[in-house]
Ligand binder design. Sequence first.
Ligand SMILES: [Ca+2]
Length: 195
Amino acid sequence: MNTTTKIAVVCALIVGFVARSLFFIVQLQNMMIANAALRNQIESLEQQQNTYRESHSYSDTEYFEAMFTFYYVKPHDQKFGVYNLASDIEGLKWLKPYKEGVFDCSEMSAYLEWYLENEGWHSVIVTGDSPLGSGQHAWLLVETSTDHYMPVEATSLEVVWWENPYFDNYFKYDNRFDTIQEAWTFSKTEFDWWD
Ligand SMILES: [Ca+2]
């Protein structure tokens, strides 16, 4: 290899090295630009998230949907029959004691409504003057044949039978709640048996 050729080779190597270095510098710059853009995007998303958190308050509907999504897990078939109902209630006992204002007729009714619904009984919570004339009360009406209901006393876990002298009074009430959502909308503290 003569001198001229050697110089040409060295020059070619130098040019190649410089070109490659320039390529890496450009690539590095591009990466840095992309990185900065990504960081800006993350910051912007974080700001959006913070703004959403600060400004967003859940509506009752959203809260209900989240809270009660799995509250009712009903069997496919509805149960009927007064004696079947009595049989399903028989043997149930309250493990939590009755406590006025904490776990009383309204919480017990709400709990029993939940239990019976999930056992296949269409049940509604009703409230009003006590059928026995002793102040305010809550109890259940359970559909035992189509559009016919039997009263159930949640506090004593008993069906109220036809011969009960106050039987008719059990169908006189002020409020009727088909679901816990309805009851909870009416009062946040009366029917919250889980709290
Ligand atoms: Ca119900």
